[in-house]
Design a protein around this ligand. Structure first.
Ligand code: P61
Length: 468
């Protein structure tokens, strides 16, 4: 089957409420046109994020009842530790409450002001945690990643030439590690090939620089390797994951993605010197090393989720459902980023709304229109999230890509709901010239997209939905 059907049946349902466009218009005004400030109860299909939004399996729910809430040495920790070691292969396993804490512990330990961490493309929390230490977060993804129409199969790959240039520019001693984000979220959920991982490793060996993975969506990345890379079609996902992590020295993980849990994360690595400082910091800010800011039951759910995510029936449905949405849109001529990513479809807002200049936030305007007309919530990944004021001149630097990400939660929505999303966007696309830009009226100094406020530039040009 081109789009495999659901490899599960539904045992528990959560009702969702429908709202009207008039109600949503009022909510948007109250929220300063920031979708992070909209109450989730007033969203029909919530594609804001695939993070922490998965439906857990019956086995994971059963695991919660086996939670051992002992302060030290919980049995769930040992199960979790053994699971992480058997997939990722690194010696030390440090649980954290989510991904950014793993980043914080790692970077507060290994970075000093003036240092630099290259990555294919840093996710915003990764960048913020690096910059918080006074260090530089540098992107070195292949150039195809910035062309939304380029159909290369591994657009998350590191550009090895650029990486080497960075090493020469900054100096080996000021690069304590290099990261690879799999899949590359900020570049469209695009995978990194095994060949590229191997070559990155070989290059870093020459300079004796450690390689770490930002492993949030590692199983989806391994599925793409199996599907697209010669020599991997007959290998299991577990086997592919083990090979991939062998080329690295450690990883940070937000288990809210491919851990199939609502909260949880970890840091795993081999380096003994770093582990000691990281553990001391963990105790200071998160908790004792056998729970790291989580309950015993959360560790159990995470251990079970990490096994389930390797199941190929699950992964082909998962990646297939995202592709289903992408292909419905693509066939109707809606501009999307290609190829379709592992966890999300990205609308190319520059092409969707060519009449809105980048300083008027086309992707944010599109996300607002999609919510107002249809109750569908996506997230802006463009100027609001990544635009920056240049120090000195105060000039605003716009990112190359201006996108609305429709991230699909794992095992949550049926294909009928996905079809509703596609129909709604196609309808909006036909009426696109009536969408107007926004102006920003408030911004915080870091991670401004969470709290920014906007006003509409022209409220008279209201759009009438055809379906609602
Ligand atoms: C997301 F708007 N991602 O994609 P934590 N690395 C990578 C991530 O994708 C990631 C983290 C590290 C989210 C949630 C999110 O401004 C935002 O468990 C590749 O969220 O701490 C998270 O993992 C951090 C959305 C996070 C945002 C920050 O939707």
């Amino acid at each position: 089957m081109k789009f495999p059907s659901e490899p599960f049946k539904i045992k528990v349902v959560e009702p969702i409420r429908r709202t009207t466009p008039v109600e949503r218009d009022r909510l948007l005004r109250d929220a300063g046109y920031n979708l992070f400030r909209i109450p989730a109860e007033s969203v029909y299909v919530d594609l804001l994020t695939d993070s922490g939004t998965s439906a857990m399996s019956d086995s994971q729910w059963a695991g919660l009842m086996l939670g051992d809430e002992s302060y030290a040495g919980s049995k769930n920790f040992y199960h979790f530790e053994e699971t992480v070691r058997s997939i990722f292969g690194y010696t030390h396993v440090i649980p954290t409450h989510q991904g950014r804490m793993a980043e914080n512990l790692l970077f507060s330990t290994v970075l000093k002001p003036g240092m630099c961490v290259p990555n294919n493309i840093h996710f915003d929390t990764t960048r913020a945690n690096i910059e918080h230490q006074g260090a530089e977060a540098t992107n070195a993804v292949v150039k195809e990643a910035y062309d939304p129409a380029d159909e290369s199969p591994f657009k998350g790959n590191m550009d090895l030439g650029r990486l080497e240039e960075i090493i020469h520019r900054v100096g080996r001693d000021r690069i304590p590690l290099v990261l690879l984000t799999i899949t590359n979220n900020s570049g469209g959920g695009q995978p990194v090939s095994m060949e590229n991982v191997r070559e990155t490793r070989a290059l870093l060996n020459r300079y004796e620089i450690p390689l770490f993975f930002d492993a949030c969506r590692f199983a989806e990345n391994c599925f793409f390797i199996k599907e697209r890379e010669p020599g991997y079609a007959d290998r299991s996902i577990l086997d592919i994951a083990r090979e991939l992590f062998r080329y690295g020295d450690g990883c940070t993980m937000s288990a809210k993605k491919d851990g199939l849990v609502n909260i949880g994360g970890f840091l795993s690595l081999n380096d003994e010197r770093w582990v000691q400082d990281i553990t001391n910091m963990l105790i200071l800010v998160e908790g004792f090393p056998t729970y790291g800011g989580l309950a015993g039951r959360d560790l159990e759910a995470m251990a079970r989720g990490l096994r389930e995510v390797l199941d190929e029936d699950y992964l082909s449905f998962r990646v297939g459902q995202v592709r289903y949405l992408g292909e419905l849109l693509d066939h109707a001529g809606v501009p999307i980023l290609k190829p379709i990513g592992g966890h999300a479809v990205y609308l190319n807002a520059k092409d969707f709304l060519p009449h809105i200049a980048q300083h008027e936030f086309p992707a944010q305007s599109l996300a607002v229109a999609l919510y107002r007309d249809f109750g569908i919530r996506g997230v802006e990944i463009g100027t609001v999230m990544f635009g920056k004021k240049e120090t000195g001149t105060g000039r605003v630097l716009h990112p190359k890509l201006e996108m609305v990400r429709l991230a699909i939660p794992r095992r949550v929505y049926t294909n009928m709901q996905i079809a509703y999303v596609a129909e709604s966007i196609i309808d909006l696309y036909r009426r696109r010239e009536r969408i107007r830009g926004l102006t920003m009226t408030y911004e915080a100094p870091v991670l401004r997209h969470f709290t920014a406020r906007f006003e509409e530039l022209d409220r008279t040009a209201h759009i009438q939905p055809v379906i609602s």
